[in-house]
Design a protein. Structure first.
Length: 364
C-alpha cells in the first residue's frame, strides 16, 4: 500500500511538472498551479471510512460425560468490519446510485474490469479488516489505472484473506478498439508474490505417500516422554503437556503443528517476480432496459528465470492464468427484470470468485 501511495504522489508530481511554470513565475503562482493540479487529480474522488457489525453464529453447547456431566459453551464473538478507502472511478450506467454514502459493504464487480467508463486516470485504495465467525481477515484492493485511446497502464495490489491470495501486479498494454463498445488489448504483466506452489511438507513425505510427522514434530521442538508403565506424554517446544494419548496427539496437536510449520516456512521465502504475456478484451453496452459489460484476461506464457521457487518447477512447465467478469441485466417490461453479475480469477494454484444472480419484480 505504501508503494502505491508513493506512485500516486509521483503521478501527481509528474502531472504537475507537465504544467510547470516558467522560472520567472512568482512562488505564489507556482503554488497555485500545483494546488490546481492536485485538486484536479482528486476531483470527484470520495474518501470514506465505516464500521459495520452484527451477531455471528449462535453459541454451541458441547457436552462431556468423562467425569460426570459437564457442559462447555463455545462462544463466537460478533462479526465486524472496519473499512477505509478513497476512490475515483466513474460510475457505469448500470451501477446503483441509490446509496447516499459508501459504507464498505458495496460489492462493485466492475472495479475488476480492465477499462473504466472514461478515459484518463482513475484509482482505488481500500483496506478492510474483518472478523467473521471468530476468524480475522485483512482484505485490500488498491489500483491506479490510466486508459488512453490506444494503450492502458495499471498497477494493482490485491490481498484476499478468504482466498489466501496476495500479490502486486503491473501491466502495460496496447489497446485496439473495434467500434465504440469492444476493444482488445495485448501486453506484458509483472507480478510480485510469494512462491505459490511451494509445498514445505514435500520433503517429509515417505515413499508410500504418508507423512513422517512425528520426526518433523521432534525437529520443531516437541518431545515425547514414556513413564515405563505404558503411559506417554507429549510436550510442546515450551515444555508444556499437550497430549497424553496417541489419539489426541494425531488428531489435535499434529494438525496445529503442521499448520504452523507450513506458514512459517512460507513466510521465510522471499517474493518472486513473474513476467507474463497478457491478452484481453473489454465489451460494454448499455441502455436503460438492457446492458452487458464483460471483460477477460488470459496469460498463456510466463518467462522462466530458472529460479528454485519458480512456479515452473512446481507446475513442470507453462500454465495458463486468467481472470474475467460479466455483468448482465435485462428488463422485460416495467415490472420484471433479471441480472447476472460475477467475476472469476485463477492465478497459480489459487482460485477466487464472486457472483450474484437474481430476479426483480416491481408492483406499481
Amino acid at each position: 500500500m505504501k508503494k502505491l501511495l508513493v506512485i500516486l504522489l509521483a503521478l501527481c508530481s509528474l502531472h504537475a511538472s507537465a504544467q510547470q511554470p516558467k522560472l520567472g513565475d512568482a512562488p505564489v503562482e507556482r503554488e497555485n498551479k500545483f494546488g490546481a493540479t492536485l485538486k484536479k487529480t482528486f476531483k470527484f474522488a470520495t474518501f470514506y471510512g465505516a464500521v459495520n457489525g452484527g451477531n455471528s453464529v449462535s453459541n454451541v453447547d458441547v457436552f462431556s460425560v468423562t467425569d460426570g456431566l459437564q457442559t462447555n459453551t463455545v462462544r463466537t464473538p460478533f462479526d465486524y468490519s472496519i473499512t477505509l478507502g478513497v476512490r475515483k472511478i466513474a460510475r457505469l450506467g448500470y451501477e446503483n446510485r441509490a446509496n447516499t454514502f459508501y459504507n464498505g459493504t458495496e460489492n462493485s464487480f466492475s472495479d475488476a474490469a480492465t477499462i473504466g467508463k472514461l478515459k484518463g486516470f482513475e484509482f482505488l485504495f481500500e483496506a478492510d479488516y474483518t472478523r467473521q465467525q471468530g476468524t480475522n481477515f485483512l482484505n485490500q484492493n488498491h489500483f491506479l489505472r490510466y486508459v488512453a485511446n490506444d494503450w492502458i497502464a495499471k498497477v494493482e495490489y490485491l490481498q484476499d484473506g478468504f482466498a489466501d491470495i496476495k500479490y502486486f501486479e503491473a501491466s502495460e498494454r496496447y489497446r485496439y478498439k473495434v467500434g465504440r463498445k469492444l476493444s482488445f488489448n495485448i501486453g506484458a504483466v509483472q507480478r510480485l508474490a510469494e512462491p505459490y506452489g511451494y509445498d514445505p511438507l514435500e520433503e517429509w513425505l515417505l515413499s508410500n505417500g504418508n507423512l513422517h510427522y512425528t520426526e518433523l514434530a521432534l525437529q520443531e521442538g516437541y518431545s515425547v516422554q514414556f513413564d515405563g508403565a505404558g503411559g506417554i506424554t507429549y510436550l510442546n517446544p515450551s515444555g508444556n503437556e499437550v497430549a497424553t494419548s496417541t489419539e489426541v496427539w494425531d488428531a489435535v496437536v499434529i494438525p496445529t503443528m503442521l499448520s504452523n510449520y507450513t506458514e512459517n516456512k512460507r513466510n521465510e521465502l522471499k517474493s518472486t517476480l513473474q513476467h507474463s504475456v497478457v491478452i484481453g478484451f473489454d465489451f460494454y453496452h448499455y441502455t436503460k432496459t438492457f446492458w452487458v459489460h464483460s471483460w477477460g484476461n488470459i496469460m498463456p506464457y510466463h518467462y522462466d528465470d530458472g529460479g528454485e521457487f519458480s512456479y515452473h518447477a512446481y507446475n513442470e512447465g507453462q500454465w495458463t492464468d486468467f481472470s474475467g467478469g460479466l455483468i448482465f441485466g435485462y428488463k422485460f417490461d416495467k415490472h420484471l427484470g433479471c441480472f447476472i453479475e460475477g467475476k472469476y480469477n485463477k492465478y497459480w494454484n489459487r482460485n477466487w470468485h464472486d457472483f450474484s444472480i437474481g430476479v426483480n419484480y416491481v408492483i406499481f
